[in-house]
Design a protein around this ligand. Structure first.
Ligand SMILES: [Zn+2]
Ligand SMILES: [Zn+2]
Length: 345
């Protein structure tokens, strides 16, 4: 069947309207009409081949909310009309230890990302900047009708990435948590950490963001450009959630952790300055990382959000605005996630 979408055709030109073929759903697959798709930083980087293996034409999009149009004959979990989501990956091997323990994101045989992934037949996956997608029922999420679907879309990547990191590190009431980087990931980290009962600070060199940080539920903003404020914050946090994917110095932030505190990395900068072992040894501090979440945990997160009325802060745009949105996002000019209204394709 013919699908409509937006694609990048090379590293430099803007994304343009693009028609392509999608397979009819197989026995265990579901055809989803896409309503909304969030814009993640990975979409911009992959459009420009900054990770080095982009297959063109490239259709980005892995924060997808839509409705089931049709289902394959063997599908039991979903029916026509259901509100559903698709996140960062649409397939994994299903039988390795990590898949068996519901952590498919760490599949030993490699996940198939929703965009620019390799399917078993050799086809390259095309993502959610399109009007429809076909996905195996085991990699689809159920979405509550209670929440506005546009504001749910970013939960499928930014949401689960921060939720899983906080859950795995058992962030809870009584913890002092700092969030570095107040973008798509960072604003969800503030919301979840606050919801889990932690006291949340935002670390930023822009004190003008204080009002926004407090509106999201943060307790305060620490101005990292102010030496006096940094000194006061030294040794004060149990966790720092670092969402920054540009080059930055981890040592400055390690110094803000308590004894046994943990720096949790969610961004993957191309290179970083050396880490001083003394920053770790003398206070037994730790550095760890986290990567999206499994299907079961993503469903748990979506159900948690429906119960506690948590969504992303979004700016909904038309598909024709995608290229402008890319530029604005790189400039940090969005509160906090662009979401494309795919009904306007
Ligand atoms: Zn993403
Ligand atoms: Zn696996």
């Amino acid at each position: 069947m013919t699908a409509k979408g937006y694609a990048a055709h090379n590293t430099t030109d803007p994304l343009t309207p693009y028609s392509f073929e999608r397979n009819e759903p197989g026995p265990h697959e579901v055809l989803i009409d896409i309503l909304y798709c969030g814009i993640c930083h990975a979409d911009v980087h992959q459009s420009r081949n900054e990770y080095g293996h982009t297959q063109y034409p490239f259709v980005p999009g892995h924060e997808i909310v839509g409705r089931v149009r049709t289902t394959g004959q063997e599908v039991t979990k979903y029916k026509q009309g259901d509100l559903v989501g698709v996140g960062y990956f649409i397939l994994s091997c299903g039988h390795c230890p990590n898949c068996a323990s519901h952590e498919e994101q760490f599949c030993d045989n490699g996940i198939t990302p929703t965009q620019n992934g390799k399917l078993p037949g050799g086809h390259t996956t095309k993502g959610g900047y399109s009007n429809c997608i076909v996905v195996n029922e085991n990699y689809i999420l159920r979405i509550s009708e209670k929440l506005p679907p546009a504001a749910v879309a970013p939960l499928l990547c930014a949401g689960i990435t921060t939720y899983s990191a906080l859950k795995h590190n058992q962030v809870s009431a009584g913890h002092n948590v700092a969030v570095l980087g107040l973008g798509g990931l960072g604003h969800m980290a503030v919301k979840f950490a606050k919801s889990f009962g932690a006291t949340v600070s935002v670390l930023s060199s822009s004190p003008s963001k204080t009002t926004s940080a407090l509106a999201l539920g943060a307790h305060r903003l620490v101005d990292t450009g102010d030496a006096a404020q940094l000194k006061t914050a030294t040794g004060s946090f149990d966790f720092i959630i670092d969402t920054v994917s540009a080059r930055h110095d981890y040592n400055q932030y390690l110094n803000l952790l308590k004894k046994d505190g943990t720096l949790i990395l969610l961004g993957v900068p191309p290179e970083v300055p050396p880490i001083h072992p003394a920053m770790l040894a003398f206070r037994r501090r730790k550095i760890t990382g986290s990567f999206i979440g499994g299907i079961e945990e993503t469903q748990e997160m979506l159900d948690y959000c429906a119960k506690h009325n948590i969504t992303a802060e979004v700016e909904v745009i038309q598909p024709s605005y995608i290229n402008t949105a890319f530029e604005r996002m790189l400039d940090g000019d969005v509160k906090y996630r662009f979401v494309i209204d795919m009904s306007e394709l």
